[in-house]
Design a protein around this ligand. Structure first.
Ligand SMILES: Nc1ncnc2c1ncn2[C@@H]1O[C@H](COP(=O)(O)OP(=O)(O)OP(=O)(O)O)[C@@H](O)[C@H]1O
Ligand SMILES: [Mg+2]
Length: 471
């Protein structure tokens, strides 16, 4: 079923006629109702794409019904049926928001064309709504991803952000842990205060106390004045302990105390200070294993591991690769002031089949480099500069190279064939500089057949004419 239509008319014969035409000539599902009040009840409880309603009905007019419908779900299309084909009623109906009107008696074709137009409009509206929602999502978290695994991460971020709970973000390098920490802070009640990051790898052991908690004048040689520490700077906001797995054992104790007491003492001071902090920690290390190896304090781990956000590696969500490609394509086209509007299917396919040990960061770097070297208006496989064996052809067997999504023989074969078609045709057209007859001749196939294959692979000969850059 491609859509549902609610038909309302007090004349039962009319309902039967409309229902028959629509079921015979379209795939739409219909629901008919002769009483407009009842029709509105049905509308409220079920999903519809379109309502067709008679204009003059006892109890409630078609316009009144339309207004009630608009009040509930304004995006649903409405077509008004009228036997009183005066310009005024038609104008009134469209002015009040009807998508279209149909005069009775009508011709079958006219009905079908009107329906088709209204349904297409519905599709546009729905697609717009979907894109707007996708964009809103991107705006609220600024993290790209459309797989169930990432949706789950997004939901957890939205749930956890407004609380004060300590969050531990884990996942391999380059998966976006810092991005997640920032999204949590931005979506918390502390957003107007600072997010202060402490990189636990970079900080020197003998300096940490003063870096974190500050010091008073004369606390040690070189301490010429009082100095605020990072903890004080983060007061009221969020303290992000990045790479917590690299924290030296001695420092683990200081951090534990801060987490437990919310208190700290600047170096050289006798006064204890209090800080109102929300803690977020991140690491690509396996902390459970570090505890077993006695390199990470178990009590600190339990203090941190209140809300766990585990970010999956990119290879486990390969379906996110295309959307990430487009995101970075846009980002680096703007940054490099280039007008690159797309990415070739073979480039996307090669990337989607790749493993990415460096995860999203590695993909981002590849796209950035590609944009720098791209001379055309489309990012192509050759711009990406992937290593030998990574160019997807030869040796690339779609469906088999993707570890996490093995597919059955038939699907793998079909995927391979369409991949072969695309690549073969592109190479061919490149050689013939977009001359289809010549390309067909080289391949030893009919021109029409080549045309069909090109259409199936969405390839246009124009791309290969002139000096445009293609893989
Ligand atoms: N889902 C995503 N959407 C958009 N950009 C992303 C996403 N994930 C990662 N990135 C980008 O990839 C890069 C690496 O992300 P980030 O620094 O957050 O990773 P990380 O998990 O903290 O890595 P590491 O463990 O190495 O510190 C950043 O430029 C970030 O913007
Ligand atoms: Mg990081």
């Amino acid at each position: 079923m491609n859509g549902r239509i609610l038909i309302v008319d007090d004349e039962k014969d009319m309902l039967i006629l409309l229902d028959r035409i629509i079921s015979e000539d379209t795939h739409y599902e219909t629901v008919t109702e002769s009483n407009p009040e009842k029709a509105f009840e049905i509308f409220k409880n079920e999903a519809f794409d379109l309502v067709m309603t008679d204009l003059k009905m006892p109890g409630m007019s078609g316009i009144a019904l339309m207004e009630k419908i608009r009040g509930v779900r304004p995006e649903v299309s409405v077509i008004i049926l009228t036997a009183y084909a005066t310009i005024e009623t038609a104008v009134e109906a469209t002015k009040k928001g009807a998508n279209d009107y149909l005069t009775k008696p009508f011709r079958r074709e006219r009905l079908l064309v009107t329906l088709d137009k209204a349904m297409k409009w519905q599709k546009v509206i729905r697609e717009n709504k979907r894109l707007r929602l996708a964009l809103e999502k991107e705006n609220d978290l600024s993290i790209i991803g459309s797989t169930a695994a990432m949706e789950n991460v997004f939901d957890r971020i939205r749930q956890a952000a407004p609380t004060n709970g300590t969050i531990l973000i884990t996942g391999p390098t380059g998966t976006g842990k810092e991005l997640v920490a920032r999204a949590v802070h931005r979506n918390s009640n502390r957003r107007s205060k600072k997010l202060v990051t402490i990189n636990c790898t970079a900080i020197l052991e003998n300096m940490i106390e003063s870096e974190l908690f500050g010091h008073v004048k004369g606390a040690f040689t070189g301490a010429a004045t009082d100095k605020k520490g990072l903890v004080e700077e983060a007061d009221g906001g969020t303290l992000f302990l990045d790479e917590i797995g690299d924290l030296k054992p001695g420092l683990q104790t200081s951090i534990l105390r801060l987490l437990q007491e919310g208190e700290y003492r600047p170096v050289g001071s006798v006064i204890t200070k209090k800080a109102d902090l929300r803690f977020i920690a991140a690491t690509n290390k396996n902390l459970e294993q570090a505890i077993a190896e006695n390199t990470f304090r178990e009590d600190l781990f339990y203090r941190l591991n209140v809300i766990r956000l585990e970010i999956p590696p990119l290879k486990d969500r390969a379906e996110d690769i295309p959307i990430l490609c487009y995101h970075f394509l846009h980002k680096y086209s703007v940054l490099n002031k280039k007008k690159i509007k797309g990415i070739s299917p073979s480039a996307i396919q090669a990337l989607a089949a790749r493993k990415f040990p460096g995860n999203v960061r590695e993909l981002e770097n590849i796209i950035e480099r590609g944009i720098i070297f791209c001379n055309g208006d489309t990012l192509t496989l050759s711009d990406l500069g992937l290593g030998p064996g990574e160019s997807a052809v030869p040796g690339f067997v779609p469906g088999l190279n993707r570890e996490n999504s093995r597919i059955n023989f038939k699907d793998a074969k079909e995927e391979s064939i369409s991949f072969f078609h695309e690549h073969y045709i592109r190479t061919l057209l490149k050689e013939s500089r977009g001359n289809i007859s010549k390309a067909a001749q080289i391949a030893g196939i009919q021109r029409q057949y080549l045309h069909r294959l090109m259409k199936e692979s969405h390839i246009q000969a124009d791309e290969f004419r002139g000096d445009k850059h293609t893989p």
